[in-house]
Design a protein around this ligand. Structure first.
Ligand code: ZN
Length: 453
């Protein structure tokens, strides 16, 4: 395959120039100007003029819902949606049914992905058996079965000694530990950010300190054990500050952020009118009257951790811009319509995210001039590949796997959940004017999805 004329951006090699990319046998064979004479006569040609070509995007936080919850999503539909969003690799979370806490379930997912997915699926195993937080999962056997990290995502290990043991084992097996940071004793049954709007709307609060307590715990345990802890989907200003200080002291911790946390705020729970006239004013071009509408108490604005204040949103963006948060992920969490169409308290947490992730990141970070295109791409490529130690991923170096994403950073389009390749429609971004779109997703040298003509 020969990709010609695109602006090739490869943050891992600090490369940013118009160039061709030659792919042979699923690997990057060459990168440079005018490679047509080097290409075999029958090479598949991808014209990328005017588009960005970068290492295949990696989403290290997704819920593919298999086994056990295939009404919400399957490996086939979830990865099709990810490919449509520009992703060549996804990491699936272990809170399935049964949980991914044993080698058999890991094997099942890897086999199914082999058959049904056009992109790479990496598996995260559980920290504890049945994600119950009581007894360690067989971490060594999980590693042998092929997991690339462990996490109890959706849940959080509350027992600090158990978490310490998990970190010690993980270090022994050279596995990164990822953590969903939530202190149950202070969050209890909170459903939205604790603040002005939770008081006005009469909804139980999920205070930012509930996240920050566990971020602090993780920093202390990373220092104690020397194991790397990655804090998932951080949402609060305090968490960013804790991480920033810990990294300055050389503690092995890292963090990720999701587009909904750096785009929306808890004002969204009060309905579109309130949001667009206050926190949402600046985030989209065009007159307020033409922007999408939603009611108050819309359950598509319910996720865990919750949408927070405008100050928290600004702190997440600052953290991404200064490198405190190295990675962007979707936390793609599909749910059926009937599950979300209930009173706010009873709705499940989570939203779909693969197909809006790249556009929202470009809008809030690149088009808003907070970050260069290369720095933004690094958060989807070299940074997650490094954390998860995925050889051959996240780079366009010669010999690397031919995972490539071709996208148009300036393309304007409207997101319609109904047009998604995924099974579920639970997105707060329905009808949003987006800027930036994937045009082709190439995994291991084969086109997984494309919209080039
Ligand atoms: Zn989570």
């Amino acid at each position: 395959m020969l990709l010609t004329g695109g602006r090739v951006i490869d943050p891992a090699n600090r490369f940013d120039a118009v160039a061709d990319v030659l792919v042979v046998d699923g690997k990057i064979a060459a990168l440079g100007p005018d490679l047509a004479p080097d290409a075999p006569k029958d090479a598949q040609h991808v014209e990328a003029k005017g588009l960005v070509v970068c290492p295949g995007l990696i989403d290290l936080h997704a819920h593919l819902r298999e086994p056990g919850q295939s009404a919400k999503e399957t490996i086939a539909t979830g990865t099709a949606s990810a490919a449509q969003g520009g992703f060549t690799s996804v990491v699936c979370m272990p809170n399935t049914s049964p949980a991914i806490d044993n080698p058999g379930t890991v094997a099942l997912i890897r086999e199914r992905a082999q058959r049904e997915s056009k992109i790479n699926v990496f598996v995260a195993g559980a920290i504890t058996k049945n994600i119950a937080g009581e007894e360690l999962a067989p971490i060594g056997s999980l590693k042998t079965a092929g997991v690339i990290a462990i996490t109890d995502d959706g849940h959080c290990v509350q027992n600090n000694d158990l978490m310490r043991r998990a970190l010690e084992y993980a270090r022994m097996f050279d596995l990164p530990v990822m953590d969903h940071c939530q202190d149950y004793s202070i969050v209890t049954d909170g459903v939205m950010h604790e603040g002005y709007w939770s008081a006005v709307l009469g909804l139980r609060g999920w205070p930012a300190s509930g996240e920050e307590l566990i971020v602090s715990r993780n920093i202390l345990l990373a220092e104690l054990t020397g194991a790397h802890v990655h804090c998932q989907h951080l949402s609060s200003s305090g968490s960013v500050q804790l991480l920033r200080e810990a990294k300055k002291r050389g503690i092995p911790v890292s963090g990720e952020a999701c587009p909904h946390h750096f785009t929306l705020t808890d004002t969204g729970l009060a309905g579109s009118e309130k949001f667009w006239s206050t926190d949402g004013k600046e985030i989209m071009a065009g007159p307020l009257a033409e922007r999408p509408r939603w009611p108050s108490y819309d359950t598509n604005f319910k996720m865990n951790p919750p949408l927070r204040s405008a100050a928290d949103r600004a702190a997440i963006i600052d953290g991404l811009a200064d490198g405190t948060l190295e990675i962007i992920s979707s936390d793609h969490a599909p749910h059926c319509d009937y599950e979300k169409e209930v009173e706010f308290d009873y709705a499940p947490f989570g939203i779909v995210g693969f197909e809006t992730e790249l556009a929202l990141s470009l809008m809030q970070l690149y088009h808003s001039k907070k970050m260069s295109l290369s720095d933004l791409i690094a958060k989807f490529t070299v940074a997650p590949a490094r954390l998860l130690r995925l050889p051959g991923k996240g780079t366009l170096g010669v010999g690397a796997d031919a995972d490539l994403t071709v996208f148009d950073p300036g393309q304007e389009w409207t997101y319609q959940p109904g047009a998604s390749a995924g099974k579920s429609r639970n997105s707060p971004f329905a009808g949003w004017a987006m800027k930036g779109k994937a045009r082709a997703t190439i995994a291991n040298g084969a086109i997984a999805w494309q919209d080039l003509n």
